[in-house]
Design a protein around this ligand. Sequence first.
Ligand SMILES: O=P(O)(O)O[C@H]1O[C@H](CO)[C@@H](O)[C@H]1O
Ligand SMILES: O=c1cc[nH]c(=O)[nH]1
Length: 253
Amino acid sequence: MSTLYLKADKETISKYVIFSGDPWRVEMLQKLLDDPKHIAFNREFNTYTGTYHGIPVTISSTGIGAPSAAIAMEELYDCGMEVAIRMGTVMGLKDGMLGKLLIPNGSMRMESTSDTYVPKSFPAVANIDLVNCMNRSVTMNGREYINGITCTMDGFYSQMRESRLSKKMDTDILKTFDDISRYNISGVDMETSCMLVLGSLMDIKVCSVTMTTVLKNLKEVLQGEARTKSEEDLCKIVLDGIEIYHKGGNGIG
Ligand SMILES: O=P(O)(O)O[C@H]1O[C@H](CO)[C@@H](O)[C@H]1O
Ligand SMILES: O=c1cc[nH]c(=O)[nH]1
């Protein structure tokens, strides 16, 4: 029987799963797989399974935010997922980060979905072996990475970007950034901490590999060809990272 939202089942899902936020990034990634089989595109969940250099890999999407990321994680865990990688974009909070990969060791839980599973004192931490393999893959692919702590939030236009409403309500978006910058937080996204928490609860391996596409206050933004190239590199980096991990961290090729 297929799952409620992703329309997946045990026969079609592999143990390695990559989750993009954006369903259209899945279309970019599936082009790098051999023999990609389209499982379903239902709501925000676009899912394929194929192989990368002989390794079975499933790719899917979570849409924006932790609630739907938790649904995707739950349903593919039900189908036998053992390794989950978030492959997304992130807003960098430090200068010079644009185009660099932010691969957090852990993430501050400012989203609320993970609170529905465990208390806030439960940490959101990444699997160290996966992080190391992804770091190696970034270097191999000619990019730079940053490890450290990120922050995951729920409110895009209430916490991360000014809007007509936030101005009308006098919401101080910059104060949020100032507050978390004092904690040496490197970047902000909307899914990572929830996915890391669920991975620990499921006793599977999880990490988050994110491309810095924008800096806070839109100080710098990756656009046009540079943005496309950075997302293409992100897809390749995550696939190569899985290959490194699959081979016991001993390199690829
Ligand atoms: O590019 P993705 O993976 O969607 O990630 C980031 O982009 C979205 C916000 O623009 C949020 O989902 C955030 O986490
Ligand atoms: O603005 C942005 C861009 C990428 N990721 C986010 O979470 N926010």
